[in-house]
Design a protein around this ligand. Sequence first.
Ligand code: GLU
Length: 304
Amino acid sequence: MNYQKIIDELYKEIIDQENLGNVASYIPELAKVDPHKFGICLSTIDNEQMSIGDADEKFSIQSIAKVFALSLAYKNADGELWERVGVEPSGTPFNSLVQLESDLGIPRNPFINAGAIVICDILQSQLKDPKTELLDFIRMVSNNPTIDYSSSIAESEKSQGFRNIALINFIKSFGNIKNEINDVLDLYFNLCSIKMSCKELSSSFLYLANHGVEPISNNKILNGSQTKRINAIMQTCGFYDEAGEFAFKVGLPGKSGVGGGIIAIYPNNYCIAVWSPKLNSKGNSYRGMNFLEIFTTKTKLSIF
Ligand code: GLU
């Protein structure tokens, strides 16, 4: 399969079309990004990489980082993890509070904000120095010691994080947050602030395409069952209230972020990362969704 040729053709096709949607503006720092950026990179488990456009430029990966946090918490888990966060699609926006009351403070899944905040609380309990150890883990799976938090994005988000502050307080009222609220929020905001390029993202998540083993270093990040489960949650919950649409159109497990990035996994084969900052009404990259839909249609490769 000549992935590079298909990527090049689709890139040219999409760049000529109207770029719809809006850049996320609820975090002041995100609103500054150039809306016309467009990058794509596909990395295979055989160590090949194909890219085009702004694939080397770092951007705010936002909720894509929730996959790293879940991977680390699951790796260290003592069994309580799935009692504290569910595995059902929420069908609600990423920052919604509505289901938490009837669900008694148990978030529907680890990829909505409520769930990722509980995962950060679990990491806070599991690790001695959570901020450093989480970053070390991300650098290890990425084979890249330069990956870092962005203090300007974290601070920008803190200054506007009213909903996340509401979420964590509400969850704590049900007893599902065990640590200091400010410590957990600091970890969560820093997690969301990480900047990476499409090239870095697509190679970092290869362990999810390779039964939990990072193919370059051969490091075992997760076991096969954990990897299958994280892919399953990405498939059903990775795109907020558009997860069904992504499964329907693209047919791969994936995760989006409000910075306009999307990663998608084709098990036993590749991880692809796409970045285009303008978001559709559900908060997912307009061009990213579009590209991946046509890409899996043209390659005829999906998990279904
Ligand atoms: N840091 C964002 C928030 O908590 C995550 C948004 C996202 O990418 O879904 O609002």
